[in-house]
Each structure stands twice: as structure tokens, then as C-alpha cells.
Design a protein around this ligand. Structure first.
Ligand code: AGP
Length: 608
């Protein structure tokens, strides 16, 4: 969604901010802008469309200001126009603000300000905040922002500058991430570490309900009530090359190929093959409580929800604890039953998804112990949960989640095994499970060797507008994930189904040559899915099978076969998803789609 960058220091702010905004592009946006500050004057340049449009209106030779704020906007209030792009100013033009989030009481505030004679330029909730700060400004920007925020309900990550107080950025956060990069005689404010990494790995995380007063040499954090907050400077563990393309055409492809390594990182230090044990430091303090859980609710959105569904199967099998997977957006509003002994596991790559955050709050309010399974260190969800396990798969830039999915499934498998050993899982069974898990990275490497088959399949069917994905058991969530991947980046309509459900309606869709992807790896339901494949073929559908290496029989009922190595059923999703990611990627490329920045989508959905 929207992206924030701000700079105060001794270097020219504009190139630093534009580089930062480029690195935030992956979050999704439809307009952008910058405000440059010098004494007595704030210059705002903004435009609808891609960053290249904004770039066309910039002059790097003359705009040498050493302070500024920049923004990529994903429209919520008001269309993506030049006027509605951020930054917004107050009527004096001296105060400028950029804002991520939604000011929920913006209408009431707008009416109040209009009654006081303020004229608005844009349709945005952000301009309301700019005008409110302007009304309250009395020579002290920090105080004006503080007073304004007391009147506001909703979510925000904001950065505010004022021509009368150069070399100062005031930032504040409630529900929308902000971090401050600490450099030599400079500070860089951003909504995402990716925008800062080229300059420093030393950062301070701003928490909810905190404000930051940022000058070149000083960073002071206070609560909204002006109580000072002591903050540690932390080291970002990501490196710059992880957020660059490194020769790949797209981040999605790079991230698909990173999976062997990203899962090695995820497993590193967590499995003890000799002892058949899993070590999860993040759960150590509540392990006993977790092992006593009578019910588990896994929650998340999109791909994270699909990973959660694999988790549901894993927990019921390894822990014998009733588990449900719930869309966070439904859970948060539907009066869920949370008994004593219910634990909630929130799964999220970004750690910032608004619905997942709200589900966590709801669960905590009802007394549940809440765990986070999150990739981005220092994001909101790990701060709001009682305990958790990081994915450690590195930054995911492509909007289509790939390595986060396999990381999420891997962490859920680790948790299942960790708690399983405290319950019903025998040492032998646990050791076998962990050994199989440790082999997955190499098995993904082997799967990627067959990438050309996935490309051929994608090329052959990229012009078909409707696809079906069928799976059973552990591969049912993979069918959902494969369909989601295809629709979000290639704009092809695709449906994922439990294979048996096809006969209850969707089979009517099958026409001549319709691609039907069937995940038919070895296991308890192998013969069942072969029957489903025959049913598809009998109706003229083209069967694209994902099968276990060595299975030649499947070629009799499939038009194409993509092979994956053999593993135990609970871990098959980690392999079967790989060809589906590749098919989606190549289909999108064939159709000329913007793979890393699909239309209408944002990497991290921070609004409802
Ligand atoms: C998947 O490819 C998506 N882009 C999307 O479904 C994503 O998984 C979802 O929005 C949840 O995001 P999170 O993991 O950051 O919470």
C-alpha cells in the first residue's frame, strides 16, 4: 500500500527520497509526490501514475534541499489524481504532510474546518489532517501534530514538515509502520526497511501511539502524551542484495528460486536431526501452555491463510488438537468462540495486514494466547502477539507471495513437530518428520531443475481465460494457492477446489481444452485424484498433473506431468507449490503482465 520516505541530513534529499520511493514501489501505488523544505518555503511536486511521471517533473540540479518527505499513494479517499496525491499542505502552504492509513473521522473534521473558513483542495482524509495541524500551529510543529492527533480516530503513519522549522520531521504512528534509519548526521524515515537499506542498517522502530522528533543529529521518541520513550537502535538483518533483482527479470522469479536457501535459513538452528528435536526459542516461555491447548485457530489472509490451512491439517495430525483456519477478516467481526485453552496463530508475511492485526486484537481481548508466524522482523504483528516464530526467509518484494508461503508452511510444520513431541508424537516419528523437513530445500532445488516444463505448460495455456486447480488432503490448500497465484499476476480466472468437490458443480465448467491442474502426488488419496483426472479428461479438459518422480502411470491420464521428489504427505505442499508458482509466473510474462506489480494489488494490505 502507500509508502513513506523522509530525509533530514546534510546530503541532497531528493535523490535519496526517489531511490527510497523506487524501493517502495513493490508495495503498490497509483500516485506519488515529494515535498522539499528550505527556510520559509516548502516545494511540493506530485503526480498521478508511476514514479517515472513524477521523475519527469523533478530537477536534481536545482532541488538541493537537505530535507524532504516523499510518498507513494494507494488511493482510498479520493481518486488517484495529481491533486489527491501526497504530500498535502495546510492553507498557508508551509506545513506539508504524508500519510499512510485512514483518518476515520475525516468527514466530521472537514466540516468543522470548513466552518472555520478552511478551503480544501483535495478529496483526501490526509488534507484534513494537514489543515487541522495548520490551524493548531503556533510556532511548535511537534505540539501542533500532537494536538491534532488527539482529535483524530483511525490509523496513521505520518511525516510532517514545516517551512518555519527546517531540519525537522515530526512522525507519528498508529497502526501503520514507521522506522527511522540512523546515519552519520542524518536520519531517514520510512514505512519499510527496503527504503533505508542502501544507506544504513541501524534503525529505530517507532511503535503505535508514539511520535518521533527527527533532526539530522537527534532522534527523540515520545508517546502521544509527550512521555519520553527510551529506544534501542537495532540492526536490520536484511542486506541490500536481497532487495535487488540480482540479474533476475522479476522479483517473483528471484524469490521462487531463492526458496531452497530461504528454507535453509528458516530451518537453521531450529532442528536437531540427531536428537529428533525442534528448538523454537520464540515459543520457549509458553511451551507448556501451548502443549495444553485444547483448540487452535489459525488466522491470516490470502496466501497466509492457505499456509494456515496446511497448518490445520498438520496440527490435527501431529498434535491431535482440533484446529480451524479462519480468514482474519471474518474472525474479527463474527463473535468467535474462544474458550480457555484456545490458542490463536496469526500468519503473515508482512506483519502489517490490517485484518490480521484486528483478528489478533479480538483474540487477545477474549483471553486467547496469540502466536505470530511472521516474516518481517520488527513489524506490528510480532509486537502485538504473546510469542511467535519468524520465517527468516528474507525480504519478499514480489507482490505474489512465494517464498513466504513455503516459509509459513515450514514454520507451521516446525511448530507442529515442536508441540507434537510434547504430546503424542513418538521420538521416532518426530525424528522421521524432521529428517523429511531437512531434505526439503534440496528437493526444491531438484524441482526447480524441471522449470522448463512449467514454462512450456504456461506458454501452451496462457491464452485460456479459465483454469481449475484440484487437490486433496494436504494438497487442497496448494490448489487454492496455485489458483490465487495465477489470478493475481496473470489476471486469468482460476478456481482452486478440493478435487472431490468438482463433481458437485464446477465440473459443469469443463470444456474442450480447459486447463485443469491436478496435484496427484503419491499418498493416501492418489487413486481418488486419478479418478478425478479421468473425469476431467472425459469432458475434454486438459490435465496438467503434478506427480511424484518415478510415477509413469500418471502419464496415461494426464496431458502434461510436472514431477516433484517424493516426501511424506504433510510436507508435499512445500514441493507441489513450486511448479504452480512457475506456471503462474510464466503465464503472466506471456500475457505481458507486470508480474511484480499486478494491477490493483498492494504487497501489504494495511487498510480494511
Ligand atoms: C499473495 O500472493 C498475496 N499477495 C496476498 O494474498 C497476501 O498473502 C495477503 O495479503 C496476506 O499478506 P501478509 O502475509 O503480509 O499478511
Amino acid at each position: 500500500m502507500c509508502g513513506i520516505i523522509g530525509y533530514v541530513g546534510r546530503r541532497a534529499a531528493l535523490p535519496i527520497m526517489m531511490d527510497g520511493l523506487r524501493r517502495l514501489e513493490y508495495r503498490g501505488y497509483d500516485s506519488s509526490g515529494v515535498a522539499l523544505v528550505k527556510p520559509e518555503k516548502v516545494t511540493v511536486i506530485k503526480s498521478a501514475g508511476r514514479l517515472s511521471v513524477l521523475e519527469g517533473g523533478l530537477d536534481y540540479d536545482t532541488n538541493l534541499e537537505t530535507q524532504g518527505i516523499g510518498h507513494t499513494r494507494w488511493a482510498t479517499h479520493g481518486a488517484p489524481t495529481d491533486i489527491n496525491a501526497h504530500p498535502h499542505t495546510d492553507s498557508s502552504g508551509k506545513i506539508a504532510i504524508i500519510h499512510n492509513g485512514i483518518i476515520e473521522n475525516n468527514r466530521a473534521l472537514r466540516t468543522y474546518l470548513e466552518q472555520k473558513g478552511v478551503t480544501f483542495q483535495s478529496d483526501t482524509d490526509t488534507e484534513v489532517l494537514a489543515q487541522l495541524i495548520g490551524q493548531l500551529y503556533d510556532g511548535d510543529l511537534e505540539q501542533a501534530v500532537r494536538l491534532a492527533l488527539r482529535e483524530v480516530s483511525g490509523t496513521y503513519g505520518i511525516a510532517v514538515v514545516c517551512a518555519d522549522e527546517p531540519d525537522l520531521i515530526i512522525a507519528a504512528r498508529k497502526g501503520s509502520p514507521l522506522i527511522v534509519g540512523v546515519g552519520q548526521g542524518e536520519h531517514i524515515l520510512a514505512s519499510d526497511a527496503a527504503a533505508i537499506l542502501a544507506h544504513t542498517t541501524q534503525v529505530v522502530y517507532i511503535s503505535d501511539n508514539e511520535m518521533a522528533r527527527i533532526t539530522p543529529d537527534n532522534l527523540r521518541i515520545t508517546t502521544l502524551e509527550a512521555i519520553p520513550v527510551a529506544k534501542e537502535t537495532e540492526e536490520i538483518e536484511w542486506s541490500l542484495d536481497q532487495i535487488e533483482l540480482a540479474g533476475y527479470e522479476h522479483f517473483m522469479l528471484k524469490e521462487i528460486y531463492e526458496q531452497p536457501e530461504s528454507l535453509e535459513n528458516c530451518l537453521s538452528g531450529r532442528i536437531d536431526l540427531a536428537e529428533g528435536m525442534v528448538h523454537l526459542g520464540g515459543l520457549a516461555d509458553c511451551a507448556r501452555e501451548l502443549a495444553r491447548a485444547k483448540r487452535i485457530i489459525v488466522t491470516g489472509c490470502g496466501t497466509a491463510w492457505h499456509a494456515g490451512l496446511v497448518g490445520e491439517y498438520l496440527f490435527e495430525e501431529l498434535l491431535r488438537v482440533p484446529t480451524e483456519t479462519e480468514y482474519a477478516s471474518e474472525f474479527r467481526y463474527r463473535n468467535p468462540v474462544i474458550d480457555d485453552g484456545t490458542i490463536v496463530i496469526a500468519v503473515s508475511q508482512s506483519g502489517e495486514t490490517a485484518d490480521t492485526q484486528a483478528a489478533i486484537r479480538e483474540a487477545k481481548q477474549r483471553g486467547a494466547l496469540v502466536l505470530g508466524v511472521v516474516n518481517v522482523v520488527g513489524s506490528t504483528i510480532p509486537r502485538e502477539t504473546d510469542a511467535g516464530v519468524y520465517l527468516h526467509v528474507g525480504p519478499e518484494i514480489g507482490v505474489a507471495s512465494t517464498k513466504a508461503f513455503t516459509g509459513q508452511v515450514t514454520v507451521l510444520a516446525l511448530i507442529a513437530s515442536y508441540l507434537g513431541r510434547r504430546k503424542h508424537l513418538s521420538p521416532t516419528a518426530a525424528a522421521q518428520f524432521i529428517k523429511a523437513l531437512s531434505e526439503i530445500p534440496d528437493q526444491i532445488r531438484a524441482t526447480l531443475q524441471h522449470a522448463s516444463t512449467a514454462k512450456q505448460v504456461a506458454q501452451q495455456y496462457a491464452n485460456r481465460e479459465n483454469w481449475l486447480y484440484l487437490g486433496r488432503g494436504y494438497n487442497y490448500p496448494v490448489a487454492l494457492e496455485g489458483a490465487l497465484k495465477l489470478k493475481e499476476i496473470s489476471y486469468i480466472h482460476a478456481e482452486g477446489l478440493p478435487a472431490a468437490e468438482m463433481k458437485h458443480g464446477p465440473i459443469a465448467l469443463i470444456t474442450d481444452g480447459m486447463p485443469v491442474v491436478c496435484i496427484a502426488t503419491s499418498g493416501t488419496q492418489y487413486n481418488k485424484i486419478l479418478s478425478n483426472m479421468s473425469e476431467v479428461r472425459a469432458r475434454g479438459g486438459s490435465v496438467i498433473a503434478i506427480a511424484t518422480e518415478g510415477d509413469r502411470d500418471i502419464q496415461d491420464v494426464a496431458d502434461h506431468v510436472l514431477y516433484v521428489p517424493d516426501t511424506i504427505e504433510p510436507l508435499q505442499p512445500l514441493l507441489t507449490v513450486i511448479p504452480l508458482q512457475l506456471i503462474a509466473y510464466h503465464a503472466a510474462v506471456m500475457r505481458g503482465c507486470n508480474v511484480d506489480k499486478p494491477r490493483n494489488l498492494a504487497k501489504s494490505v494495511t487498510v480494511e
